[in-house]
Each structure stands twice: as structure tokens, then as C-alpha cells.
Design a protein around this ligand. Structure first.
Ligand SMILES: Nc1ncnc2c1ncn2[C@@H]1O[C@H](COP(=O)(O)OP(=O)(O)OP(=O)(O)O)[C@@H](O)[C@H]1O
Ligand SMILES: [Mg+2]
Length: 317
């Protein structure tokens, strides 16, 4: 399945969503390849902290895919880019071979349940079916679905309409691509315009409007720490303190559910050790620790959450 994130308008959250969707699918056990087709290379830099020539090496220099991808985690890999991805766009412009070239994505799709493509903000195809950005047009052409993030603001919604027109034009040109829907992003209830535009969006696209992503600093910050927001912001107190990096792990044995030890890593770890040692001294089972009340919002809750995680019962991760 090839899903492309696209909106003609810039800064609407395409890269941030591509990052999170790719991580989410991989966590669900899917094999995922994230592809960065934006010459700004934002998704690449976000995922690996540097740029990559993967896209050019794969599509222009025709190197094997295994030499072009970077492994991010067990199930998630990245075909990364850099500014030379712009050369690919120029090459498509000159040769008109974009649709054909990006068909290579279909060849590598088997074995990868999902390919998630991030694109640059530009108009792929105009109303008359003329290709405006051959790189984006080719990505859309070869996709199964296009998902459009859009801020509930005038220009983002114009960008969304432009994208929907592009999809229609590409379908006329022979593509099977479908509009998956729109994800409202950076929704801010304090902004009087947002509810109004959201209503417009729902009136126009109905069930194709997905639940939105609020305007939240943790959504913006988490990728820089190599984590999706649900891990980064799992502890409310850590978010309040602005010290989100760290983890708690409960090590237990299966037969009696007995706690064998805890790993506590991060700021204020020393404050948390007491709860862990009390649990060990009392020979608590994981279930007993899960039932112990640890107030909200506190960092101690992370121990509670980790204990629940032993039985796959975490709430915030
Ligand atoms: N839900 C959110 N809440 C707050 N900030 C967000 C959210 N989503 C994205 N951002 C921030 O908004 C900015 C734009 O997001 P992002 O880069 O994902 O947009 P984009 O559509 O990919 O932009 P471009 O068109 O330049 O590629 C970034 O600084 C990002 O960290
Ligand atoms: Mg982007």
C-alpha cells in the first residue's frame, strides 16, 4: 500500500504526520518504508539527523534498494533524501519519465506492507491536467492513497482543494490513486477561525475528515528526540517539567508475576527509586504494583504505566 502525504500549502504538518504514521504502522507490526520526496529532506533529517542520497541513488543512479535505505528500527526503514532530490524533479521535467520511474516503488512494495511518502508543498497537476511538479505528480500517480493534512485555515483548505483536483486529473490520466481524506492539523480551539473552517471542511468532505491533531508543542518537539509523540508525551508530569526524555522498565518473571527489578533512566530518576525498592522489598507482583495508587500528575506514574506495560495494558503508550 502506497500512501502519500500531500498539500499544495506548506507547513501544514505533512512531514510531522508522515513521521508519526510511519512509526505507528511499524509499532503495529507492519513493515514500513518511509520515502522522502521533498528536496528539503525534512523527513530524512527528522528521522536520522542528517540528509541522505537514497532517493537519487535509487531512482536516478538505479542502485539496489538495499544500498539506498537506512534502517530506523526493526520494521521501519527510510529512503531518505537531500537537496539533490531536486535533480530527480529536473530529470523528470526534461525526460517526462516520472510516472514510469516512480513505478519502481511498486516493484519494491512486496515485503513492505506500507510505503509512506512525504512530498514538498507544490501543485502536482493543474486544472487542465498539465503537470506542474513532475516529482509530486509522479508520486501521486503511483500511490494507492493520498492523505492531505490541512490546517483549518483558508490557504490550507485551498491547498487541499488543489490537491483533490490533482488527484482527479491523475485518475483521468490512468492512475488508480484515491483521495483517502483530510487530517485537520494544528487545531487550536483559541483561534476563532479554526472551528469555522473545520465545520466547512466537514460539510465539504464529510466522513473523509479524520480526527484532527491539535496544535501541541509536544507533537512538534518529539521527532527531534527520535520519538513519536505518544512515547514522548506519555508522562504528563514530564511534559509539564519539559523533561520528556527517559524511560522506566519493569523486569518481571512470568510464572509468579514477581518483580525482579526496575530500570529507571532520566531526570529525577533518584526520586523514583524509592517506589521501586519498596515494591521489591515487599515482593510485590506486577499486578499488585499496577493496582497501587500513584498520584497524577507525578513522575511516579511512569512506574505504574511500566508495570501495566508488562501485561500489555499501558494507557499512554
Ligand atoms: N500538531 C502540531 N502542533 C504544533 N506544531 C506542529 C504540529 N504539527 C507540525 N507542527 C510544526 O509545524 C511546522 C510545520 O510542520 P511540518 O514540517 O510537518 O509541515 P510540512 O507540511 O511538512 O511543511 P513543508 O510544506 O515545509 O514540507 C514544524 O515546525 C512542525 O514541528
Ligand atoms: Mg515537509
Amino acid at each position: 500500500m502506497i500512501v502519500t502525504l500531500a498539500n499544495w500549502k506548506g507547513g501544514v504538518g505533512k512531514t510531522t504526520l508522515a513521521y508519526h504514521i510511519a512509526h505507528y504502522l511499524a509499532e503495529q507490526g507492519e513493515n514500513v518504508l518511509a520515502v522522502d520526496l521533498d528536496p528539503q529532506g525534512s523527513l530524512t533529517y527528522t528521522m536520522i539527523g542528517k540528509f541522505s542520497h537514497g532517493v537519487v541513488n535509487f531512482f536516478l543512479k538505479e542502485r539496489p534498494i538495499s544500498q539506498c535505505v537506512t534502517n530506523i528500527s526493526g520494521r521501519l526503514s527510510l529512503l531518505g533524501g537531500a537537496e539533490d532530490t531536486g535533480d530527480l524533479r529536473a530529470w523528470f521535467q526534461v525526460t517526462g519519465r516520472g510516472f514510469e520511474s516512480l513505478e519502481k516503488l511498486r516493484q519494491i512494495a512486496p515485503g513492505r506492507a506500507w510505503i509512506v511518502i512525504d512530498t514538498s508543498p507544490s501543485q502536482a497537476v493543474n486544472m487542465d491536467g498539465k503537470i506542474m511538479d513532475p516529482l509530486n505528480a509522479s508520486a501521486l500517480y503511483q500511490s494507492d492513497y493520498v492523505l492531505c493534512p490541512a490546517q483549518p485555515e483558508q490557504l490550507s483548505l485551498v491547498g487541499l482543494a488543489v490537491m483533490v483536483d490533482s488527484i482527479a486529473a491523475l485518475r483521468k490520466a490512468g492512475s488508480d490513486v484515491q483521495f483517502m481524506g483530510v487530517i485537520p492539523t494544528m487545531y487550536d480551539i483559541r483561534n476563532a477561525e479554526h472551528p469555522m473552517h473545520l465545520k466547512r471542511l466537514i460539510a465539504e468532505y464529510g466522513k473523509l475528515v479524520f480526527p484532527g491533531v491539535p496544535d501541541a508543542i509536544d507533537v512538534a518537539r518529539s521527532p527531534a528526540f527520535g520519538q513519536p509523540v505518544w512515547e514522548f508525551a506519555a508522562s504528563g508530569k514530564a511534559a509539564i517539567l519539559g523533561e520528556n526524555i527517559g524511560f522506566v522498565k519493569v523486569v518481571a518473571e512470568k510464572r509468579y508475576d514477581e518483580i525482579l527489578g526496575l530500570h529507571i533512566v532520566g531526570p529525577h530518576a533518584t526520586e523514583l527509586i524509592g517506589v521501586g525498592s519498596a515494591a521489591l522489598a515487599g515482593e510485590l507482583t506486577v499486578e499488585e504494583l499496577s493496582r497501587t495508587i500513584l498520584a497524577h500528575p507525578t513522575l511516579h506514574e511512569t512506574i505504574h504505566e511500566a508495570a501495566e506495560g508488562v501485561h500489555g495494558m499501558t494507557i499512554h503508550i
